[in-house]
Design a protein around this ligand. Structure first.
Ligand SMILES: [Zn+2]
Ligand SMILES: [Zn+2]
Length: 396
């Protein structure tokens, strides 16, 4: 990387300290007040133009470069970091553990914020040579119904030609970076099914309509749908994660409610399966004399699709940071992420930076109380953000 955008030992300390501070003070979706305040203050100190309160707790910070743009024209790139933590009780005994019982950065978003903020400092120092502008978008609520779309609606992408973002990943070891063109996270369609029957005495089921018995027919049929009506070559999964009905064993309940999620990459497959879920649920329920309603929740995310050209820049820059052999591809993930909205609007790349170190016992999966990162991943992420932004603006 060009020397004027190089990290200093102070930056390395800064990124670790900031990540630890955020980790100790996790905030849930739409409540990222302290986190947003820290980010805004640090971005102002670095000389960026800062807008707070964007779509709730979001922060947009703009760094305007003063370098000569390339012959192909002046450009702007967006760097996105999500800020929210999860309602999880962290495993005890961590040196920089959560100080808020029941809240935890268990998805690495503390690291994302720290890396993006540190990249802003490094890039701001080289502002005189920076051949374009960089928009930093610190967004709320990735884990729930999504801060990305409302931030875009509030103008975060104005004048932006490309977007990049990092997710730390314990599915790959420290020292590796994963970036590939095409889908990287799935469309996530959450749903709630309410089956309405007719309650009654457990000993006289023939006088009732048992919604529990109906749900027990419907749920396996949804799993059959995924194996018989979707090509095995196409990624997709359906999971029912919650089911609720009744209170005691000797009463037939009136209703049974269950909740699930449908994950796909392909837009056409997504729509077809959504239709078929409704047809199966209502059809099977009707055949057993009940009625059913399927509600899709508003927090559904589209798939995140990486652009080949921006991804190539990320891979080239990452190769210079961690060595070409350590730039890998990641197996298809059916997780969801609202980075999707940024990459629907402009070409870009959402890449993963390895944060696991099994030799040091750091391998707890994301969204678990045991999640932790090897902090040596943080400077790697900073370098890839900085290098990719500079290369894109320079038209390399
Ligand atoms: Zn997460
Ligand atoms: Zn996450």
């Amino acid at each position: 990387m060009e020397r004027r955008f190089a990290r200093t030992p102070e930056d390395d300390q800064f990124v670790v300290d900031l990540r630890r501070d955020l980790h100790m003070h996790p905030e849930l979706a739409w409540e990222e007040f302290r986190t947003a305040g820290r980010v805004a203050e640090l971005a102002r100190e670095a000389g960026l133009e800062v807008r707070e309160g964007v779509a709730g707790t979001g922060v947009v910070a703009i760094l305007r470069g003063a370098g000569t743009p390339p012959a192909s024209g002046r450009r702007t790139i967006l760097i996105r970091a999500d800020m929210d933590a999860l309602p999880i009780l962290e495993a005890p005994g961590r040196p920089h553990g959560s100080t808020v019982p029941g809240k935890m950065h268990a998805c690495g978003h503390d690291g994302h914020v720290a890396m993006a903020t540190t990249a802003a400092r490094v890039l701001a120092r080289g502002r005189d040579q920076l051949p374009g502008d960089i928009v930093f978008a610190f967004q709320p609520a990735e884990e729930t119904d999504g801060g990305a779309a409302p931030m875009i609606a509030a103008g975060a992408l104005t004048g932006v030609q490309a977007a990049i973002g990092i997710h730390l990943a314990n599915t790959i070891p420290i020292g590796q970076v994963a970036a590939q063109p095409g889908p990287v996270t799935a469309a996530t369609d959450g749903f709630v099914v309410t089956i309405r029957g007719k309650g009654g005495h457990a000993a006289r089921p023939h006088l009732s309509i048992d919604p529990v018995a109906i749900a027990c027919q419907v749920i396996p049929s949804l799993h059959v749908l995924m194996t018989r009506e979707k090509s095995p070559a196409q990624p997709g999964v359906l999971t029912i994660g919650a089911i609720h009905a009744g209170t005691v064993g000797n009463v037939i309940a009136d209703t049974c409610e269950f909740r699930g999620t449908l994950r796909t990459y392909d837009p056409e497959l997504r729509l077809r399966l959504r239709d078929r879920v409704v047809e199966l649920v209502t059809g099977i329920t009707a055949s057993f004399r009940g009625t059913a309603v399927v509600e899709w929740d508003g927090g559904a995310y589209p798939p995140t699709i990486n652009d080949p050209e921006v991804t190539e820049i990320v891979r080239r820059v990452a190769g210079a940071v961690v060595g070409e052999a350590n730039v890998v591809t990641h197996e298809a993930s059916l997780g969801g992420d609202d980075m999707a909205y940024f990459l629907e609007a402009v070409p870009g790349c959402y890449f993963r930076v390895g944060s696991a170190n099994p030799a040091r016992g750091i391998d707890g999966p994301g969204h678990s109380p045991r999640f932790d990162i090897d902090e040596a991943c943080l400077p790697i992420g900073v370098d890839v953000l900085v290098g990719t932004a500079v290369a894109f603006l320079a038209g390399d």
